[in-house]
Design a protein around this ligand. Structure first.
Ligand code: SAH
Ligand code: SF4
Ligand code: F3S
Length: 473
């Protein structure tokens, strides 16, 4: 059992706060860059790789895009709305650029990959277009763009994992960090653009993952989230050690760095999460008891059209298995309302699988057709917007009730909480999370705690989104 109450032992390895690469002295760097990230955690993690590459070229980060020589948008294509947001932002940047002609604007990430040079040619909104596997070529592309050329690299790679690049943590709280363990996706969910924007799946060298996590721990971080579109298919052959590293093995290796380092991961595809992973989670207290297990739909007919490769029953059996092995495990989901041909009966199946699974939290969307995907080519986007929105609203309302019920069940229980910082509302309160990934807010009182400490907190009240509690000494 870990001693989660703060003590001196857990401070031995904390060597001060993580550094921020933001320029404090304007003359410290040759030039300044500004980066804004959209989309999933993998994109935020990629921005830290980009920051590292740019730092080495003498670029320092700035928080004000007006000051930057290079403005970068790391973009997402997952839904149409995500792309509209970026386009709006680009027109704002363009206005600033008109007054500052030397400024370069670059589009990175999934939208860059999807639209390729279209943005340079048709709309003249950007100077650089760089896809997710081409960030190493950024320095050369910047020089080309500075010389007035169109700079584009959207080549996808089968090998690139940026394994050797140490990410520069941007806007970090110094306690929690994301670590990419793989890139791309080999699944072909019919609604999804990711396989086209991110390319083939590849796993990062296990040794480099462990080194990055150990280094984070030594810098004072106390939680790592291992990232991939489908982490359970992680597979690395370590030829030096003559060892096959599965996701379960990787989890174990990271957990063994220190019992004070919490380990999380995202995302798990229901078809790939194994008993071996579940048993490894159960075995190590510092592997958080929380699984993000996107269901997408509760109807087997829709799941088949989505090409998710599992049925409603299969998913429910997976939830049962998780609860059997880890009765206290939190489960969350992603849900899409109004996929092609969805009928009321299918929608009801989604509502009932949500109840069955008792999700603590969900990300909920209405279906947005994406160019080039299997669904766009094969099926008609035939559910009217008002029906999509009505169904989504019902899903959101049900999730609200489920979250509240799940939080209410926690009242009276005590959780080990990792302190991430002040609560958003008051600097008299701390904010942290339980192993189950629930946010807990509690008064600091007179205890001498700090960010990165563990503390036992008893839950006394809750809202739909947050648990409220008091420190138990
Ligand atoms: N790799 C993850 C999901 C990444 S995308 C997984 O397989 O679970 C995050 C979520 O966006 C998906 O789970 C899905 O719910 C949603 N999504 C993806 N494409 C979408 C689309 N075309 N319309 C609406 N939502 C979509
Ligand atoms: Fe998209 Fe499916 Fe891959 Fe997730 S598993 S990224 S939803 S194709
Ligand atoms: Fe978006 Fe690309 Fe992530 S499409 S969700 S940023 S992989």
């Amino acid at each position: 059992m870990l001693d989660y109450i703060t003590d001196k032992v857990q401070d031995e390895n904390r060597q001060g706060e993580a550094f921020a690469p933001f320029a404090t002295d304007p003359n410290q760097y040759r030039k300044l860059f500004y980066i804004e990230s959209y989309g999933c955690q993998m994109n935020f993690s990629d921005s830290e790789i980009v920051a590292s590459i740019l730092n080495k070229e003498g670029f320092g980060a700035t928080r004000n895009f007006e000051d930057a020589d290079l403005v970068l948008l790391n973009t997402c294509s997952i839904r149409e709305k995500a792309e509209q947001t970026v386009r709006k932002r680009l027109t704002e940047f363009k206005k600033v650029k008109e007054a500052k002609p030397g400024m370069l604007i670059g589009m990175l990430g999934c939208m860059a990959e999807r639209l390729k040079s279209k943005l340079l040619e048709e709309e003249k909104l950007v100077d650089l277009v760089v896809g997710p596997d081409a960030y190493r070529t950024l320095p050369g592309l910047i020089i080309e763009a500075e010389g007035g050329q169109k700079a584009v690299n959207v080549l996808l790679s089968r090998e690139e994992t940026y394994a050797d690049i140490s990410p520069v943590r941007l806007d970090s709280n110094g306690v929690t960090a994301f670590v990419s363990i793989m890139r791309g996706c080999n699944n072909m969910c019919s609604f999804c653009v990711v396989p086209f924007t991110r390319g083939r799946e590849r796993s990062r060298d296990a040794g480099s993952i462990i080194r990055e996590c150990r280094d984070l721990f030594q810098k004072g971080f106390r939680e790592v989230t291992l990232l991939g579109q489908n982490v359970d298919s992680y597979y690395f052959v370590d030829e030096v050690k003559d060892e096959i590293v599965t996701f379960a093995k990787l989890l174990e290796k990271v957990a063994l760095i220190s019992p004070l380092l919490r380990v999380r991961f995202s995302t798990s595809h229901p078809k790939d999460i194994t008993d071996e992973v579940l048993h490894t989670m159960a075995k190590y207290e510092n592997i958080c008891k929380y699984i993000h297990l996107p269901v997408q739909s509760g109807s087997s007919r829709i799941l088949q059209l989505m090409n998710r490769t599992y049925t409603r029953e299969w998913y429910m059996a997976k939830v049962d298995r998780i609860r059997e092995i880890m009765p206290d495990c939190g489960i969350s989901s992603d849900i899409i309302a109004g996929f092609c041909t969805e009928e009321d009966a299918d929608h009801k199946d989604t509502l009932s699988i949500m109840e069955y699974s008792g999700y603590d939290m969900s990300y909920m969307f209405f279906y947005s057709e994406r160019p080039g995907t299997l669904a766009e080519r094969r099926y008609k986007d035939d559910i009217p917007d008002d029906v999509k929105k009505k169904r989504l609203q019902e899903i959101v309302e049900l999730q609200g009730r489920l979250s509240f019920a799940s939080n209410t069940k926690d009242i009276g229980k005590t959780f080990a909480v990792l302190i991430e910082g002040d609560s958003k509302r008051s600097d008299h309160d701390w904010r942290g999370r339980s192993s189950q990934n629930k946010v807990i807010v509690f008064p600091k009182e007179s205890y001498r705690l700090k960010k990165g400490d563990y503390v036992n907190v008893k839950v006394t009240a809750c809202t739909q989104a947050t648990l409220l509690g008091t420190i138990i000494n």
